[in-house]
Design a protein around this ligand. Structure first.
Ligand code: DGL
Length: 261
């Protein structure tokens, strides 16, 4: 039994997709969610910069005595997860673009991966495509501007749909039947994608990552006491009020129980 919190970080609201799934599965766990909005967006930054920042955020989470860190950001996972694992004594769970389920599920053999520049530049992406997508046509589409729309509370708006239509429309017309959400922010655009492209399958790995995190706690005998009600502690590096407003728009109004700068 281990009631220390689980740490999670992202450049902003994206990782809340993983947080929500994780809290549904393990409501007894305390979570410290670190939203690095002062550094948003990560996508266009050089990998070395994202790696350095990920190290700093990890140190900050360790100050909060976390027992496991979930890198709830594809870009940071691509830039840093293997180095984080080597450098720190806690277990890490990270995001991997859902290329494998996409290749297995696609009937047309054409899939689109929607992610940031940083995720496509990393070797993790190249590795999963090489390993799991033989015989499948995989098109990498950089979601320029999409994470910023979500961060600004514009999921579900005409502007979000226009941007998605421009980015994904040509691929769907060309026969793609599966879209992988390769950035945690894009979870909040799934309804827009489904409305624009009926029949297209959307692959979102946030729930799988939440399940994997719970499994790691189980395997390492670090589960919190059953029956307790886990607290959520929020750390925001940028404007805290703006972040809480963004959280509320995404339906997280009653979850912030403690505040830390
Ligand atoms: N949420 C981050 C990801 O999963 C990216 C957003 C950003 O560019 O900061 O890749």
């Amino acid at each position: 039994m281990d009631n220390r919190p689980v740490g999670m970080f992202d450049s902003g609201v994206g990782g809340l997709s993983v947080l929500r799934a994780f809290r549904d599965i393990t409501p007894e766990e305390d979570v410290v969610y670190l939203a690095d909005t002062a550094w948003f967006p990560y996508g266009p930054r050089p990998a070395a910069e994202v790696r350095k920042r990920s190290f700093a955020l990890t140190r900050r989470l360790l100050e909060s005595n976390v027992k496991l860190i979930v890198v709830a950001c594809n870009t940071a996972s691509a830039a840093a997860i293997s180095d984080l694992r080597k450098a720190f004594p806690v277990p890490f769970v990270g995001m991997v673009p859902g290329v494998k389920p996409a290749a297995l599920r696609s009937r047309s053999g054409r899939v689109v991966i929607l992610a940031t520049e940083g995720t496509f530049d990393g070797e993790l992406y190249a590795r999963v495509v090489d390993e799991f997508a033989r015989g499948t046509t995989v098109t990498a589409v950089t979601g320029t501007g999409l994470a910023a729309l979500v961060e600004a509370g514009q999921a579900g708006t005409a502007r979000a749909r226009e941007t998605l239509e421009r980015l994904l429309g040509p691929q769907v017309k060309a026969g793609a039947d599966t879209v992988v959400l390769g950035c945690t922010h894009y979870h909040f655009l799934a309804a827009d994608i489904a409305a624009l492209f009926p029949g297209v399958e959307i692959i979102d790995t946030s729930e799988a990552v939440a399940r994997r995190s719970a499994q790691v706690l189980e395997e390492t005998e670090m589960r919190a006491e059953p029956g307790r009600s886990g607290a959520l502690n929020l750390i925001v590096t940028g404007d805290r009020d703006a972040f809480e407003a963004a959280m509320q728009r995404l339906g997280f109004e009653h979850t912030v129980m403690e505040a830390t700068r």
